[in-house]
Design a binder for this molecule. Structure first.
Ligand code: NAG
Ligand code: NAG
Ligand code: NAG
Ligand code: NAG
Ligand code: NAG
Ligand code: NAG
Length: 433
C-alpha cells in the first residue's frame, strides 16, 4: 500500500495535516507530566466505538478519541469509571450490537475487575456498576478484552470475552458461555470489531482473526500505528476528514449483491453501509488494484462489479478481496457495445438491463444478450450526471452536491422533464450537512 497524497478525494486533507500530535512535548501538560503519546507505541487496555461510531482507545487514566488527536483524561468522558472505582484503568470494553433488546443496543460496556459499567450517550446507566456475574453469568472477572460478534460472524449474536489464551463465547440470547483456548493467538489486551473484521491488539501490534475459529490469515502481527492511528512516519493515509455535503462530487456509486454500498470519488472509495463504525475513505486501489486513476462509472451485476474507466471495462468479483476477471479489461465496444465517455451507469436489483448515461443520452444494454448491443437509446432531460444508483427505493442520479430522484428506472426513461434536484444529505452519503 502506498502513501496517498493530499490531492485525493474531493480535496480531503489527510488527518495528519490537521491537528494530529507530532511530539509529546507539543501536547497539553497536566501536573507537569506530559500526556502519553500513542505514536510511541502503546499497549491499549481497551478499544471500543461509541454509539456514533467514534472510536475510543483506553490506556491507564487516559483515552484517545478517534484515529488522531492527543490523549485526554478518561474521567472527563466517562466520569464514574474513576469516581466509583478508583482503579485507574479499564480491563475491557465493547459496544453491544444489534439485538432484539433495544434497551442495550449500541450501549457501551466497561469491565473493571469484577464490575461492569454500562453507558449510553456517555452517561452511566441507573443500577450500574454491577457484578459482571449479574449481566454476564459465567464470564470471569479481571478480563483482558471483550468484543461484539454479531450473528453471521459468530453463529449467534455473541460477545467474546478474552482472558489469557481463553476465549469465553457468550451467547446473548441464551446467556450461555462456551470456553475455547486459542493458544496460537497472542494474549489480547484489547479486541476491536471494525468494518466487519476482528482485531486482537497486543503490544503496539495487532492480529486479525476469525471470531469463530480464531484462525489467523495473512501476515500478522502488524503495527497498529500504521492502521489505527495517525502517526508521523507511519500509516498509509487511511483516514480522511469528512467532507461537507455541499462540496460533494462523485465519480460513481453502486451497491453490490450483498447490499454493500460504495461511493467513488477521485482515488478514494467509501463504504456507505458502515455508518455504525464511522465512515472511512480508502484508496480505490486497496480493493480494485488496477484502478490507479480513479473510475468513471461502476455498476454491479450478479456477483460482479463492473468498473468503467475511459474506454475500458474491468470486471471484478464483488467480494472485498477483489480479483480482476481473466481477460479484462476489455473495451466498452467489446463488452457493452457502446463507445465514448460514460458518465454513470446503473442496474436495478434483479434486472439484467444496465442503463448507461452518456451526456444527454441514456442507453440500455441487455446483459443477457451476446453480443451486447444498445437496445434502446433515449434523450435524458439532464446533462453532466456524475453517478447513478438504483435500489428498492428507486433511482438517484447524482450531479455535484445535488441528486435527482425517480421512483424507478421506468419513470426515469419515460420522463421528459427533470424532477427538482435535491441536496445530498449526511444520511445519504455520510458527508457533513
Ligand atoms: C480526573 O482525574 C484527574 C487525575 O486523576 C483529576 O485531577 C481530575 O480532577 C479528575 N477529573 C474529574 C472530572 O473527575
Ligand atoms: C445525550 O446527553 C446530552 C447531555 O450530555 C443531552 O443533551 C442529550 O439530549 C442526550 N441525548 C440522548 C439521545 O439522550
Ligand atoms: C510487533 O510485530 C513485529 C512484527 O511485525 C515484531 O517484530 C515485534 O516484535 C512486535 N512487537 C510487539 C511489541 O509485539
Ligand atoms: C484463510 O485462508 C484459507 C486459505 O487461503 C481460506 O480457505 C480461509 O477461508 C481463510 N480464512 C479466513 C478467515 O479468511
Ligand atoms: C464545511 O463547512 C463549514 C461551514 O459551512 C466550514 O466552516 C468548513 O470549513 C467546511 N469544511 C470544508 C472541509 O470545506
Ligand atoms: C491488474 O492488477 C493486478 C494486481 O496489481 C496485476 O497483476 C495485473 O497485471 C493488472 N492487470 C492489468 C490488465 O493491468
Amino acid at each position: 500500500m502506498e502513501l496517498i497524497t493530499k490531492t485525493l478525494f474531493l480535496c480531503l486533507a489527510l488527518a495528519l495535516t490537521n491537528g494530529a500530535p507530532t511530539h509529546p512535548q507539543d501536547e497539553t501538560v497536566e501536573d507537569g507530566a506530559p500526556l502519553p503519546d500513542r505514536c510511541e507505541g502503546i499497549e491499549f487496555d481497551a478499544i471500543t466505538p461509541d454509539e456514533e461510531g467514534k472510536m475510543f482507545f483506553f490506556k491507564g487514566a487516559h483515552l484517545w478519541k478517534g484515529f488522531h488527536g492527543p490523549a485526554q483524561l478518561s474521567n472527563e468522558s466517562f466520569k464514574e469509571l474513576d469516581d466509583i472505582h478508583h482503579i485507574g484503568h479499564v480491563d475491557a470494553a465493547f459496544r453491544m450490537h444489534n439485538t432484539e433488546n433495544t434497551d442495550v443496543h449500541e450501549h457501551i460496556y466497561f469491565f473493571l475487575d469484577d464490575k461492569v459499567f454500562r453507558y449510553y450517550n456517555h452517561t452511566l446507566e441507573a443500577g450500574y456498576p454491577k457484578e459482571i456475574q449479574e449481566d454476564f453469568p459465567g464470564v470471569p472477572t479481571h478480563l483482558d478484552a471483550a468484543v461484539e460478534c454479531p450473528k453471521g460472524e459468530c453463529i449467534t449474536d455473541s460477545v467474546l470475552f478474552f482472558k489469557g489464551h481463553d476465549v469465553h463465547l457468550y451467547d446473548i440470547a441464551t446467556k450461555t458461555v462456551k470456553t475455547k483456548t486459542w493458544s496460537h493467538l497472542p494474549v489480547c489486551t484489547s479486541v476491536l470489531r471494525w468494518l466487519e473484521h476482528h482485531y486482537c491488539f497486543h503490544g503496539h501490534n495487532f492480529t486479525r482473526f476469525n471470531p469463530l475459529t480464531g484462525e489467523v490469515n495473512g501476515t500478522y502481527p502488524k503495527d497498529a500505528r500504521n492502521y489505527f492511528m495517525k502517526c508521523p512516519n507511519f500509516g498509509h493515509g487511511h483516514h480522511y476528514k469528512v467532507l461537507n455535503c455541499s462540496d460533494v462530487k462523485l465519480d460513481a456509486i453502486t451497491s453490490d449483491d450483498a447490499g454493500k454500498k460504495y461511493l467513488f470519488a477521485g482515488r478514494i472509495y467509501m463504504r456507505l453501509d458502515t455508518h455504525r463504525d464511522g465512515l472511512h475513505a480508502f484508496p480505490i486501489t486497496n480493493v480494485w488494484k488496477n484502478m490507479t486513476r480513479g473510475v468513471d462509472a461502476v455498476f454491479s451485476y450478479t456477483d460482479k462489479i463492473y468498473v468503467i474507466k475511459d474506454d475500458q471495462v474491468y470486471i471484478y468479483k464483488a467480494a472485498t478481496r477483489s480479483t480482476l476477471t481473466e481477460g479484462y479489461p476489455k473495451t466498452l465496444k467489446e463488452e457493452l457495445g457502446i463507445e465514448g465517455h460514460v458518465d454513470a451507469a446503473f442496474l436495478c436489483p434483479n434486472e439484467h438491463t444496465v442503463y448507461i448515461i452518456q451526456g444527454q443520452r441514456i442507453r440500455d444494454v441487455d446483459l443477457t444478450a451476446t453480443p451486447r448491443v444498445v437496445t434502446r437509446d433515449l434523450p435524458l432531460p439532464l446533462s453532466d450526471i456524475d453517478a447513478a444508483m438504483c435500489n428498492s427505493g428507486g433511482v438517484n442520479l447524482f450531479k455535484g452536491s445535488q441528486y435527482y430522484h425517480y421512483e424507478s428506472a421506468a419513470t426515469l426513461i419515460l420522463s421528459r422533464i427533470a424532477p427538482m434536484p435535491q441536496k445530498i444529505t449526511s444520511a445519504m452519503l455520510g458527508c457533513q450537512d
